[in-house]
Write a protein that binds this ligand. Structure first.
Ligand SMILES: C[S@@+](CC[C@H](N)C(=O)[O-])C[C@H]1O[C@@H](n2cnc3c(N)ncnc32)[C@H](O)[C@@H]1O
Length: 278
């Protein structure tokens, strides 16, 4: 659907990006704002390796990291000898990834939008999309062209693992209203976080719009960030249908909370969809 609602939200996101910095320009801070801990990256990489062992037709040696940010997962994989290519639109995040991986010859970054992209490298064994960002693509056309772009870089049989939040009931708001507020200390900076709910058109398929304002007090300056992130309501059946719609993937498994044992109905926090390139 390319409804007026989607277009207005997209335009507003672009306007905001042009005016004020995004919290995603601060790799060390955004994870804590999202209530994630750095050790979770290692846990995710360990489970990724198990998923590959279970489903990949051959050992995974080359990986594409979508919306990679500074590619914390890619950096661990690259240190373990895997070749990694990261895709992200943020120059700041990419610069952070390049700084942190200086000296590693097997990780590189491409500044591209995830919705539709091309890179010179091809034949990747696997792709990953971590940190619950996939549902920011809200329009069917954007998701399908994203899947086509990933498929063009993957070899046949290659796996695409996508990490998605467990979406409870849609967060319905009649007007913009404060949802959560807290203050954190991260790497010597004081971060005041205010998250708001916003109304979304009922027909948009949007679970919630994450309207996030942060004030970061560094020792020498204060920065205010603003992000407006629509989150599409996404469950395993949605991903399966989108994979089919792309004509490039089939969904082979879905796992809850980094486990092969936890049933989807008991999923508490997030789930992974495992797609295979046709
Ligand atoms: C929550 S961060 C996750 C980064 C990384 N995967 C991680 O686990 O740390 C989300 C990233 O998605 C990127 N992003 C969001 N929308 C994007 C888009 N439309 N095209 C390219 N990158 C995008 C942001 O720049 C940001 O670096």
């Amino acid at each position: 659907m390319s409804s007026g609602g989607h277009l207005r939200i997209e335009r507003r996101r672009l306007d905001l990006r042009a005016m004020v910095p995004s919290i995603y320009e601060f790799p060390d801070i955004f994870r804590r704002v999202h209530k994630e801990q750095p050790y979770e990256i290692g846990e995710e990489v360990r489970f990724l390796r198990k998923v590959w062992e279970r489903h990949a037709p051959q050992p995974v040696q080359r990986v594409l990291d979508l919306a990679c940010g500074n590619s914390p997962h890619g950096q661990i994989l690259a240190r373990g000898g895997i070749e990694v290519a990261g895709i992200d639109r943020s120059a700041t995040m990419i610069a952070a990834g390049q700084r942190e991986s200086r000296g590693l010859k097997n990780i590189r970054f491409y500044r591209r939008p995830i919705e539709r992209f091309k890179i010179p490298a091809r034949g990747f064994d696997a792709a990953i999309f971590m940190s619950e960002t996939f549902p920011v693509m809200t329009a069917n056309a954007a998701i399908v062209s994203h899947l086509e772009s990933v498929a063009a870089a993957l070899r046949r049989g290659g796996l695409y693992v996508i990490d998605i939040d467990r979406h409870g009931e849609p967060r319905v708001a009649r007007a913009r209203k404060l949802w959560r507020e807290r203050t954190l200390n991260v790497c010597g900076a004081k971060v005041a976080v205010r998250a708001h709910s916003r109304p979304a058109p009922w027909y948009s398929g949007i679970h919630s719009i994450f309207d996030l304002e942060c004030e970061i007090e560094f020792s020498d300056r204060t920065v205010k960030t603003r992000d407006l992130i629509p989150v599409r309501y996404t469950v395993p059946a949605t991903l399966e249908l989108l994979a089919r719609a792309s004509g490039k993937f089939t969904m082979v498994a879905a796992y809850a909370d980094l486990s092969f044992e936890i049933a989807m109905e008991n999923c508490e926090r997030r789930w992974w969809g495992v797609l295979r390139r046709l």
